[in-house]
Design a binder for this molecule. Sequence first.
Ligand code: RIB
Ligand code: CA
Length: 311
Amino acid sequence: MSTEIWLDTDPGFDDWMAWALLQAEPGLKLVGVSVVAGNAPLRQTLANALRIRALHGWTVPVHAGCERPLVQAPVTAQDVLGETAMATAGRALPLTRAQPVAAHGVQALIDAARARPGRLTLLALGPLTNLATAFDAAPDLPALLKAVVLMGGSTDRGNTTAVAEFNIHADPEAAARVFGAGVPVVMFGLNVCRQVLVGDEHVRAVRALGTERALLFADHLDAYVGIARRRGGTHMAVYDPTPVAWLSRPELFALEPAHVDVELEGRLTRGMTVCEFRVPARARPNTRVATQADGPEVMAWSLRGLARVLS
Ligand code: RIB
Ligand code: CA
């Protein structure tokens, strides 16, 4: 029986890599995609999602979701990822005339959960605005979901502020709502994603596949590794594909129970995921937090999946 997945995403190159690895996995069944503002404004993340789907010839329905956070003003990652959030060392994603499905992404994910009670896993790879809005619109939703698996937060350093990771930083109120919704959460934060590293050797391996799609993907992967090069490094952490690797190969990870909440008030700490691991003594566990990854094996798994989906 395959795991049924709803993908909530803000493409972004690493979202594309995660989506491609989802599609490459026979044991994972993608039932729908909702797009959220995050790496770039919604009009750009939606355009990126539609171009990705058209490039691969996928048929999964893509829905536009929320275009602004619950409370704060929108922020993006365009300063790091470029105007389109799809920086490339050469080839650009081909344009498409495809349009999103008419239903709003929030209603679509609610309907998908109601159609498969207890069987749907929400995989959230961007700010949690769509999920929080869905929980507010449908009080029955938490009990209907198998889990929320998310890339976000950190048990230690941040990447957008000293302590906040981008997806949480971009909509802290939404993140607090999701962690407090009573649905089982599995969190892949920066702490574990930084154990999964991609570099030039992986760019070369993808380029060696030789197809036009592989060369296009390799140009984007090259630009993604370029983020690390600009900082004097050689390898970049792999963010969004990491929870997908866990869905397929859980034995490559170690998870620990914790109570996770999101700081909303701190002048310096707003958007921080505060992870209390002394559970149940000090708090009720609401999350399984990924703490360890076999980074090299996750990347080997990723290359095998990319070879299937890019050939
Ligand atoms: O902090 C990393 C996260 O922010 C990833 O999901 C990336 O795509 C961006 O959304
Ligand atoms: Ca993302």
